[in-house]
Ligand binder design. Structure first.
Ligand code: CP
Ligand code: NVA
Length: 310
């Protein structure tokens, strides 16, 4: 059965643990796994801009023994409206997996429905699950484990990072709190799904409009841009409501004294995070960015092994 990774909850708690354990092994020994030797090709398609995702998939696929095929969707026939399903049917006869960064999540669901090879979400408007695998690996490296820790995400509660922290965080047994303005709160269906998973893992999922309540005693504090890709026209509206949720040194004083700070990057210093915080001693954002490589290599290895089982 072909396994796809479109949302964080496409991996069960046990499966997520397997991927993160393999990611830690790969971080220690980068060339220990070569499931793409041949080489097999993995297509990595971008409808939006990227630095970290493009680099980490290209490097990671090569380190797994494979050949990355990076495609700017605008320069392919997809950019002129060729159906997603037709693109999937052309790709899956030639590549071992398809990685795609796009807009509406329904687009990647359409790709996965038509593809016989694994499809991986490299960010949609609704979810960014590869980033959360990297973030969870970073938490494991700095805190030893994830279960029972309080992870707070402050900022746009309705964006891809908020949704993925909710689903991926509770899958790892964390207590996830999203702090955001009321008009930017998480999709209720995602919050409900996170609460359902939390029952199984011992974690919890909550939303609050109070940044101080959110950050109180946090072990991990995360944030993201207030203006996601595709929202540029709303940039001036997406400032004032978010100011109380900026990750400042003052707000960090309410978190646990050994809290770590995550940011998926790119960061906007002086907006969602103070320079003193992102460039300060609690920040682990460079480890987090490196961990995209290890986490995605583990994910691809895991998906390919499962997808070609009898
Ligand atoms: N964090 C992240 O996905 O970065 P890029 O947009 O640079 O890929
Ligand atoms: N929420 C951001 C994440 C960037 C990695 C965006 O979608 O632009």
């Amino acid at each position: 059965m072909t396994r796809h990774f479109l949302r964080d909850d496409d991996l069960s708690p046990v499966e997520q643990d397997e991927v993160l354990t393999l990611a830690a092994q790969l971080a220690a020994d980068r060339y220990s796994h070569q499931p793409l030797a041949g080489p097999k090709t993995v297509a990595v398609i971008f409808d939006k801009t990227s630095t970290r995702t493009r680099i980490s998939f290209a490097v990671g696929i090569a380190e797994l023994g494979g050949a990355p095929l990076i495609i700017d969707a605008q320069t392919s026939q997809m950019g002129r409206g060729e159906p997603i399903a037709d693109t999937a049917r052309v790709l899956d006869r030639q590549v071992a997996a398809i990685v795609w960064r796009t807009f509406a999540h329904t687009r990647i669901e359409e790709m996965a429905a038509a593809s016989r090879v694994p499809v991986v979400n490299a960010l949609t408007d609704e979810f960014h699950p590869c980033q959360i695998l990297a973030d969870l690996l970073t938490v494991r490296q700095h805190k030893g484990s994830t279960a029972g820790l309080k992870l707070v995400y402050l900022g746009d509660g309705a964006n891809n990072m908020a949704h993925s922290y909710l689903l991926g965080g509770v899958t790892a047994g964390m207590h996830v709190v999203v702090g955001s303005p009321a008009e930017y709160q998480p999709d209720p269906a995602v919050l409900a799904k996170a609460a359902e998973i939390a029952v199984e893992t011992g974690g919890s999922a909550a939303w609050t409009a109070d940044p101080l309540e959110a950050v109180d005693g946090a072990d991990v504090v995360a944030t993201d841009t207030w203006v996601s890709m595709g929202q540029e026209a709303e940039a001036s509206l997406r400032e004032a409501p978010f100011v109380p949720f900026a990750v400042t040194e003052q707000l960090m004083s309410k978190a646990s004294s050994d809290a770590i700070v995550l940011h998926c990057l790119p960061a906007y210093r002086g907006k969602e995070i103070e320079a003193a915080v992102i460039d300060g001693p609690q920040s682990v954002v460079w480890d987090e960015a490196e961990n995209r490589l290890h986490a995605q290599k583990a994910l691809l290895s895991w998906l390919l092994a499962r997808s070609f089982e009898a």
